[in-house]
Design a protein around this ligand. Structure first.
Ligand SMILES: Cc1cc2nc3c(=O)[nH]c(=O)nc-3n(C[C@H](O)[C@H](O)[C@H](O)COP(=O)(O)OP(=O)(O)OC[C@H]3O[C@@H](n4cnc5c(N)ncnc54)[C@H](O)[C@@H]3O)c2cc1C
Length: 428
C-alpha cells in the first residue's frame, strides 16, 4: 500500500486519471474515522491511499449568491460545520445533525464527504435529502457531474467496491471523488427536526432510527431517513392537511423500508407521529431581551422552552437556580418567555463579590468539603442563599429538608457543619 498526498484538486484528478489506466485500487482518506477501522477489520488494504487533508479548496464553506446555493467542500469537518456562523444562522438543522455524532474528537476529524459513504448510518444524508441538496463529484470516468443526493444513493455511487455495470463494463467507484455538497437556499430557516435512536446506550454510533422532517412554507412536510433502509432515503413530501395515519400509510407503501427488529419499527412509527406533531406546530422563534448579571442579553427562544434549557444552550449558568427579580427560582419550572425584560443574576456572578452571602457560603462549603463537585456546591449555595441572607438560624432538620432536592453526591454531616459555621460567623 502506498500513500499519495495531493496539494490541489488538479494533482488529485491527474492522479486518479492515471489510475484509470491501471488495475490499482485506490481509497480516498478524508478524516479516516470510518475507513481506518474498516481496513483493519476487513484486513484488506487498497494499492493506494489518497489523503485529501492538504487540499485547501475542499475545506471551503461558501454561499454562492448568484446560484443561491450553500457549497460545502467535501473535506469540511463536522466541527467546522457546527462552528460556522452562516450555517448556524441559515440552516441550523445541519448543525443539529452534525452534533448527533456524539464525540468531539470524532467530529474534529470526520468530514461531510466521508459521512455520505456511511450509507446505513449517515447522520448528514437525511438532512441533505429533505433540503434537496446535490453532490458535485468527479465520477469514475473523470467527468465532473452534479446529481441530487437522492440519485447519488439510488444509483449506488456510494458503493466503493469496483463493480460491473449492466453492459459488463467495469465501474471503478474507487476513482469517484466528491468535491462538494451543494445545498439550495429554498429550505433555509424552514422548521426542521431530527429524531434519532441508537442500538443501545453503549453504542451511540449505529443509528436504529435516524429521521429528519422539514416543514415547507406551503404547509407540507418532507421526511428523510437513514438506518431503516439499505441507504439514506427521501421518504416523500406530504400535505399536512392529510391525517397522520394517511401520511404514515403512504410512507410505508411508497418506500422500501427494512426493519431489523421490533424496536426499530416501533421507534420509526413513534417518531413519524412525533415529527407530524412538530410539523403541525413548528416552534416559532421568539426574541426576548433580559438583563443577566447586569448586562442586557438578546435570546432567541420558543414558547415551549424552559428557562433552564435556554440558559443551558446559551451557557449562562451551571446550576438550575438563579435569582429572578430578587428571588431564587428553579429555572426548570419557568418558561424562557417569562424572562422577557426581567432581571436575573447567576451564582457565577454573585461569586465574583467577596463580601457577598453567596461567596462566603461557598467558601464555607468548600472548606468542609461538602462535595467534590463545584457545580453541586454552587447549587447548594443557591438553595440556602435567600434563607441565610435573611438570617434565620437553621436547625438540622431544616437543612435536611432544603437539600432533599439535591440528590447528588454531598456529605450531609459536613454540610451541617458548614452552614452552622457560616451562620455563627455572620451572626456576629
Ligand atoms: C466512535 C465513532 C463514532 C461515530 N459516530 C457516528 C455517528 O453517530 N453518526 C455517523 O453518521 N457516523 C459516525 N461515525 C462514522 C464516521 O465518523 C462518519 O461517517 C464520518 O463522517 C466519516 O468521515 P471521514 O472523513 O472520517 O471518512 P473516512 O473514514 O476518511 O472515509 C470514509 C469513506 O468515505 C470515502 N470518502 C471520504 N471522502 C470522500 C470524498 N470526498 N470522495 C469520495 N470518497 C470519499 C473514503 O474513501 C471511505 O471509503 C462514527 C465513527 C466513530 C469511530
Amino acid at each position: 500500500m502506498k500513500f499519495f498526498t495531493p496539494n490541489s484538486k488538479e494533482e488529485l484528478y491527474n492522479f486518479l486519471a492515471e489510475k484509470e489506466k491501471t488495475n490499482d485500487t485506490v481509497e480516498i482518506l478524508a478524516g479516516g474515522t470510518s475507513s481506518i477501522g474498516d481496513f483493519a477489520l476487513k484486513g484488506i488494504y487498497p494499492n493506494f491511499i489518497v489523503d485529501i487533508k492538504k487540499i485547501e479548496e475542499l475545506k471551503e464553506i461558501n454561499y454562492k449568491y448568484e446560484e443561491e446555493i450553500l457549497s460545502i467542500g467535501s473535506a469540511v469537518t463536522l466541527t467546522e460545520i457546527t462552528e460556522n456562523d452562516y450555517i448556524n444562522d441559515e440552516f441550523e438543522i445541519l448543525v443539529d445533525s452534525a452534533l448527533e455524532v456524539p464525540s468531539r474528537p470524532i467530529r474534529n476529524m470526520a468530514t461531510i464527504g466521508g459521512n455520505l459513504f456511511d450509507p446505513k448510518n449517515s447522520i448528514i444524508a437525511p438532512v441533505l435529502l429533505v433540503a434537496y441538496a446535490s453532490v458535485k463529484m468527479r465520477d469514475s470516468n473523470g467527468e465532473i457531474t452534479t446529481l441530487s443526493v437522492s440519485e447519488f444513493y439510488s444509483k449506488e455511487y456510494y458503493k466503493k467496491d469496483i463493480k460491473e455495470s449492466e453492459d459488463n463494463s467495469i465501474i471503478r467507484n474507487d476513482l469517484l471523488f466528491v468535491e462538494s455538497i451543494e445545498i439550495p437556499n429554498k429550505y433555509f430557516n424552514s422548521p426542521a427536526k431530527i429524531l434519532r435512536t441508537t442500538e443501545d446506550l453503549n453504542n451511540d454510533y449505529e443509528s436504529l432510527v435516524n429521521l429528519v422532517a422539514l416543514v415547507t412554507e406551503d404547509n407540507k412536510i418532507r421526511f428523510a431517513e437513514s438506518a431503516c433502509s439499505d441507504y439514506p432515503l427521501f421518504l416523500g413530501e406530504y400535505s399536512l392537511s392529510l391525517s397522520n395515519d394517511e401520511i404514515f400509510g403512504k410512507i410505508l407503501s411508497t418506500n422500501k423500508l427494512v426493519f431489523e427488529c421490533a424496536r426499530q419499527e416501533l421507534d420509526f412509527k413513534k417518531y413519524i407521529f412525533e415529527l407530524l406533531e412538530f410539523g403541525r406546530n413548528p416552534d416559532e422563534e421568539i426574541m426576548i431581551n433580559s438583563t443577566v448579571d447586569e448586562k442586557m442579553h438578546t435570546f432567541f427562544t420558543t414558547d415551549k422552552k424552559s428557562l433552564f434549557t435556554l440558559f443551558y444552550e446559551e451557557d449562562i449558568t451551571e446550576t438550575p437556580y438563579v435569582i429572578f427579580n430578587g428571588r431564587v427560582v428553579d429555572t426548570r419550572n419557568i418558561f424562557s418567555i417569562e424572562a422577557k425584560d426581567e432581571h436575573i443574576e447567576t451564582i457565577e456572578y454573585l461569586l465574583t463579590f467577596e463580601d457577598s452571602t453567596a461567596y462566603k457560603l461557598f467558601k464555607s462549603l468548600e472548606k468542609y468539603k461538602v462535595s467534590d463537585s463545584k457545580k453541586y456546591l454552587k447549587e447548594i449555595v443557591m438553595l440556602f442563599y435567600e434563607i441565610v441572607r435573611e438570617n434565620p438560624i437553621l436547625k438540622a432538620e431544616d437543612i435536611k429538608k432544603i437539600v432533599k432536592v439535591v440528590d447528588k453526591d454531598i456529605n450531609f454531616d459536613n454540610l451541617l457543619r458548614a452552614i452552622k459555621e457560616y451562620q455563627k460567623e455572620n451572626q456576629r
